[in-house]
Design a protein around this ligand. Structure first.
Ligand code: GUN
Length: 256
């Protein structure tokens, strides 16, 4: 696992991922670099892991500092060690109908699919609205829902009148990173809401001085939806579980 810089949120995500990996018996190589690291130095660290036969999965925690080109770093990870499923080949295979299965799939959307499936939510034929189109979350989420035969709408920062796309949505996935953006009154009664957002907001009543909230105004949405994921404790742990699943799968594939 490669972490660059000292962002509190990234440090905490990596700590949780590491803890879970160790708990299930993985060997974790922990690389923490200062945010002054150059792109060449970071690429050299990735190469070391690429070349290490003991390493089956590589994760570079995002976001990276501005002076580093994220796409170049992600591209440098061997596709058969792409624990996050972010490589072009893996994303391409996720999107192609009837193609090869991706070696790994983006963890957060995969966790959302797992939640839907294990909760018995019918997806085929349903109307799904995804808020957000990032490479990490919104885009692969929409693809996965599409491949499960949902009719999918993706809304983003340029979408006008987002509410009209939520009114008829049976499944809503919020992944825009805006604290408590989505209001209960916008939702179709009985819909299923998955909240991918993790935003910290000031709260003087808390010891830490802040609390974590999702992209959905939870209390409002809870009264309208038939099922909803909380923040924290909803999608977050699923992301970690899917990272472990991807890594195990890569290790098995490398063993032939
Ligand atoms: N930053 C936020 N979510 C993720 C993720 O799933 N993987 C990586 N590598 N970085 C992230």
């Amino acid at each position: 696992m490669l972490l660059v810089g000292d962002r509190q949120d990234s440090q905490s995500y990596v700590k949780n991922k590491k803890k879970a990996a160790i708990e299930v018996g993985f060997h974790v190589v922990d690389v923490h670099l200062p945010d002054t690291v150059t792109q060449e130095e970071l690429l050299a660290e990735v190469k070391k892991l690429n070349d290490d036969p003991e390493v089956h999965g590589i994760l570079v925690q995002l976001p990276l500092p501005e002076h580093i080109k994220e796409a170049t770093v992600l591209k440098s990870i061997r596709v058969d060690k792409d624990a996050d499923g972010f490589a072009a080949e893996n994303v391409g295979n996720l999107c192609l109908k009837g193609g090869d299965a991706p070696l790994a799939v983006p963890c957060t959307p995969a966790g959302c699919v797992e939640l839907l499936q294990r909760s018995g939510v019918k997806v085929a034929g349903k109307s799904a609205t995804v808020l957000g189109r990032s490479n990490l979350n919104g885009m692969p989420m929409a693809q996965m829902l599409l491949s499960m035969d949902a009719t999918v709408t993706t809304c983003h920062s340029k979408t006008e009148n987002i509410e009209q796309y939520l009114r008829n949505a049976d499944i809503v996935v919020a992944a825009i990173g805006k604290a408590e953006f989505l209001r209960g009154a916008w939702l179709k009664p009985g819909c299923v809401v998955i909240d991918v957002g993790i935003n910290s907001i000031d709260d003087d009543t808390k010891k830490a001085g802040y609390r974590l909230v999702g992209d959905v105004k939870f209390d409002e949405a809870m009264g309208v939806a038939s099922a909803i994921t909380p923040v924290p404790g909803g999608v977050g742990p699923m992301t970690i579980a899917m990272l472990l699943r991807n890594t195990l799968s890569l290790a098995r594939q490398s063993a032939g």
